[in-house]
Design a protein. Structure first.
Length: 120
């Protein structure tokens, strides 16, 4: 099972939203879930965190599938986003058990990086 953290922004500040639990190797199902969320929530853009190495190719493939489904997709560097989310959670006094669910916070960090870069 893979987890995909989701975040949203109504402007300049990103907020963590939720985590999708998806089966591995189900790009079509992930695309369908994301498309349904985008349509329901009326999001304009999707920002995907792009990791280094082999997984980067998977994300690029996901981007292509999402674009074919009619969505506007951008990639943003996700380097150390999970570690940054964990440090923030520790600083905020969030317990170890809840820190395991940091995917949505990591997504918010990635989205905030994209928003900051876009505003420069």
């Amino acid at each position: 099972m893979n987890k995909i953290g989701l975040a949203y922004s109504g402007g300049e500040i990103a907020s963590s939203w939720c985590v999708l639990n998806v089966q591995k190797n189900t790009l079509g199902k992930i695309t369908a879930k994301l498309k349904a969320i985008v349509e329901k929530e009326k999001f304009d853009v999707i920002v995907l965190g792009k990791p280094e190495g082999k997984m980067g190719k998977v994300v690029e493939n996901a981007k292509m599938h999402l674009e074919k489904a009619g969505m506007v997709v951008f990639l943003a560097d996700e380097t150390l986003a999970t570690q940054e989310a964990q440090k923030l959670a520790i600083k905020m006094g969030i317990g170890k058990k809840k820190r395991r669910q940091d995917d949505a916070q990591s997504a918010a960090i990635i989205l905030q990086r994209y928003l900051d870069e876009k505003s420069e």
